[in-house]
Design a protein around this ligand. Structure first.
Ligand SMILES: C[S@@+](CC[C@H](N)C(=O)[O-])C[C@H]1O[C@@H](n2cnc3c(N)ncnc32)[C@H](O)[C@@H]1O
Length: 266
């Protein structure tokens, strides 16, 4: 086994973090960031750094699970998502159903989940109280989950939020930061969940998994897409990242709603 493989193996064993599911070139680029920062010239010396420098493991895991995100990321997707949510709600109202379950898988700091709360409020207005809405926001990164449940953001993360939404759905707090208003925070539950090792959630009306699987091997992508298909109720929707491509058996099963915006239906 070469030292790169040994490093992957060590991380998987020590942290139950499945390195083998990530693409090697991606892992190499990410390891290189930390090796440069710690002055480790080889994989072998970086293994020593992991064993001796107390915070290094956490920093490496943060680097491996890049959590770049923003509100209304890819605005055209959310225009289409709003249309989809309207049609789901219309169908539910016609069938006298009042539950709506949404999963933001790989939610990072919650920007995506809270974007959805704003759209739902726009669609439902005072009728929100007639619905039992849950948005489950999951990630493996603890720091991101904490940020999400606090719901506090720097203004630079809110560039995609319309001024009228900023006034309506955020409160300005100390230090020039903005906090999502309590009713919107109440709808979203943040929970630790590893897409690779944990059981998928079920009975979802919509699953968002955007800009997460791009770092995973093709094989794992196929498994995850098939899992997301199973996570959905019949007629449920799957929203993936704009630069991601549906592969495997899910590709044949899902019906495209918008190929351009990567939205599919069960
Ligand atoms: C680039 S962010 C995407 C955030 C959001 N979905 C978006 O599109 O803006 C990728 C997120 O996936 C999470 N992630 C990576 N591997 C994961 C795994 N195995 N299980 C759950 N989340 C994971 C990372 O921690 C990170 O927060």
């Amino acid at each position: 086994m070469d030292d790169f493989e040994k490093l992957k193996d060590k991380i998987s064993r020590d942290k139950h973090f499945s390195c083998s599911q990530y693409k090697d070139p991606y892992l190499k680029r990410r390891f290189a960031i930390r090796m440069r920062a710690t002055g480790a010239k080889t994989y072998r010396s970086y293994i020593k750094v992991l064993d001796t420098v107390p915070d290094e493991y956490q920093i490496l895991l943060d680097v491996l699970t890049v959590n770049v995100t923003e509100f209304f990321r890819d605005v055209s997707v959310f225009t289409e998502v709003e249309r989809v949510l309207r049609s789901i709600i219309k169908e539910k109202q016609a069938k006298k159903q009042n539950t709506l379950h949404i999963w933001s898988a790989g939610c990072s700091n919650g920007s995506e989940a809270y974007t959805i709360t704003m759209l739902l409020d726009q669609i439902l207005g005072p009728k929100t109280k007639d619905f039992k809405i849950t948005i489950l926001a999951t990630d493996i990164d603890n720091a991101s989950l904490k940020r999400g449940s606090d719901g506090i953001y720097d203004p630079n993360l809110l560039k995609g939020v319309k001024r009228s939404y900023l006034t309506k759905y955020f409160e300005k707090i100390n230090g020039g930061q903005y906090q999502v208003i309590a009713p919107n925070r109440k709808i979203v539950t943040f929970k630790k969940h590893d897409l690779i090792n944990d059981r998928p959630h079920a009975m979802m009306d919509v699953v968002f998994c955007r800009n997460v699987v791009i770092y995973f091997s093709r094989e794992l992508q196929e498994t995850l897409f098939a899992n997301f298909y199973k996570s959905l109720v019949d007629g449920g929707y799957f929203v993936m990242g704009k630069t991601e491509t549906l592969v495997g058996e899910a590709k044949d099963k899902f019906i495209p709603v918008s190929n351009k915006e990567r939205i599919y239906r069960k």
